[in-house]
Write a protein that binds this ligand. Structure first.
Ligand SMILES: Cc1cc2nc3c(=O)[nH]c(=O)nc-3n(C[C@H](O)[C@H](O)[C@H](O)COP(=O)(O)OP(=O)(O)OC[C@H]3O[C@@H](n4cnc5c(N)ncnc54)[C@H](O)[C@@H]3O)c2cc1C
Length: 462
């Protein structure tokens, strides 16, 4: 597997990973073909995931700039076609409580509003543009995986109500059985009324169609293999031709090659997450597990499992995986997921999986995404670092990137919109630290005591 800390680049025209999403998305929408000659454009965007496509869409639609997206492989080849499809009110990994500690309540509230706008934006695009992406009804369950985690669920509910007037429902174990599912490791839950499941690759295809219809060009099989300067122009070298651009947006997130641009070096940490999808549950299994809910579900572990029932009654579950790309295909990572599913749903102890795949989540050192213009004239911009929560915020980031390109700065005085990705200290040792943390979190999740944490979804301010 491509390893962004080691490999030179993500390839050229590679097929999608063998995911359930790729198998069920239908035909790929037409793109503008690989770059096959030299050209000059106003804005080039590297990466055709949600961020790059949204930036292209908003540049064309709202600012009349027909940008050119350069994608190494194909639309949605990176995280955007591989994720769990949880559209949550989230951006990055920082809890709302920690945001308050870091920036004070007024700024934390403004950041939160920006995050809320991200989820609203995705929902509106899906509805108003009729994006066919199997969007499921809203609801996010944060499930207590051990009895003592109910204290955290209850205290989180109080925190949200008292500080933000946000009403999230505390469900008991029997509420879960009556309305959602029956299983182990489910001692109750906090239910948020917003957040929903989507088919992530269909969503990426939908964005590509919108971006192209607005005038943006999307070139698959066009990896940027070198980046040069020519006067006021940035020159992006692809195998089929050079693209000269006044401004360049890097939308490469967890797939950013190590030498793409000096301003990105050692500022992201790609971390693998694996997903499996079972065969469709039989009527008997559905009834035995009482699985009625289409809510997206996360548990209270720090190394959390995320799971959901798909529209065709398959179950999807994802969680942490290998440390290195070299170990990514080791079957034990899928085994961990199927065992977790069987533990959670003893009625499904015979369940097998039909699909498995993995992808690189992009972690930033300060746990928040950064949408940033690296120089005063805005020659190079980027947005990345969403953690496992980029389905909604990446689209908001694309909109903000487009504004930065045309010099709009109103509302950009937020830490996620005006500060660079911090460098990782001791960057060569990131994976050693990750290994140690995985051990520590695993033991704390399964056996130890925990401090209060919030789910990746944040409250909506009343
Ligand atoms: C397994 C997994 C599960 C996840 N689940 C969820 C979830 O349920 N909910 C959620 O909110 N988030 C989830 N995420 C995170 C979410 O998918 C991402 O935050 C989001 O898709 C980022 O989109 P993006 O457009 O920024 O990057 P990507 O979609 O990763 O796109 C980057 C693109 O850049 C291209 N590229 C890289 N280098 C070059 C180059 N040199 N030249 C040209 N192109 C290049 C790559 O080929 C790639 O297609 C998950 C991630 C993974 C891996």
């Amino acid at each position: 597997m491509y390893d962004p800390l080691i490999s030179a680049g993500p390839g050229n025209g590679e097929p999608h990973t063998t995911s359930y999403w790729a198998a069920s998305a239908g035909p790929e929408p037409q793109d503008d073909g690989p770059i096959n000659s030299d050209r000059t454009v106003e804005v080039a965007i590297i990466g055709a995931g949600y961020t790059g496509l949204a930036a292209g869409l908003y540049l064309a639609r709202e600012h009349g700039i027909e940008a050119c997206v350069l994608e190494a492989n194909r639309t949605g080849w990176g995280c955007s076609g591989r994720n769990g499809g949880f559209a949550l009110k989230a951006g990055g990994r920082l809890s709302y409580q920690k945001m308050i500690k870091r920036w004070g309540e007024p700024m934390a509230r403004r950041v939160f509003d920006e995050i809320v706008e991200g989820l609203d934006r995705v929902r509106d695009l899906i509805r108003t543009e009729n994006i066919d992406c199997d969007a499921q009804p809203e609801g996010h369950l944060w499930v207590a995986h051990r009895p003592e985690m109910m204290q955290q669920i209850e205290s989180e509910a109080r925190f949200l109500r008292d500080h933000f007037g946000y009403q999230a429902d505390v469900l008991s174990a029997s509420d879960l059985v009556s309305n959602h599912f029956s299983g182990d490791e489910a001692y109750g839950a906090l239910r948020f009324q917003d957040g929903f499941g989507v088919h992530p690759l269909k969503l990426a295809y939908g964005y590509q169609r919108l971006a192209r219809a607005a005038g943006c060009k999307v070139h698959g099989s066009s990896p940027v293999i070198d980046w040069q300067q020519d006067g006021e122009y940035q020159v992006l070298v692809t195998p089929g031709g050079r693209v000269r651009a006044k401004k360049v947006i890097c939308a490469t997130n967890g797939y950013t090659p190590p030498s793409l641009h000096p301003k990105l070096k050692n500022r992201t940490f790609p971390v693998l997450s694996n997903v499996i999808v079972t065969r469709p549950l039989t009527e008997q299994e559905l009834s035995d597990s009482r699985f009625q809910s289409s809510d997206v579900i996360t548990d209270t572990r720090t190394l959390r499992f995320y799971y959901r029932k798909l529209p065709d009654n398959r179950l999807l579950i994802g969680g942490r995986s290998a440390i290195t790309g070299q170990d990514a295909d080791n079957p034990r990572h899928n085994q961990t997921l199927i065992e977790a599913l069987q533990r959670k749903f003893p009625a499904l102890d015979q369940i097998s999986y039909d699909y498995n795949w993995g992808g690189w989540v992009c972690i930033s050192y300060d746990d928040i995404p950064h949408v940033f213009q690296t120089d005063p004239s805005g020659k190079v911009l980027y947005a990345m670092g969403y953690g496992g929560s980029g389905v909604s915020f990446s689209v908001q980031a694309g909109k903000r990137l487009a504004e930065k390109v045309v010099g709009i700065t109103d509302g950009h005085d937020l830490p996620i919109l005006n500060s660079p990705l911090p460098k990782f200290p001791f960057a060569p040792f990131r994976r050693l630290g990750q290994r140690a943390l995985y051990h520590y979190y695993y033991h704390r999740d399964e056996h130890g005591r925990r401090q209060l944490v919030t789910p990746s979804q944040h409250p909506k301010r009343a």
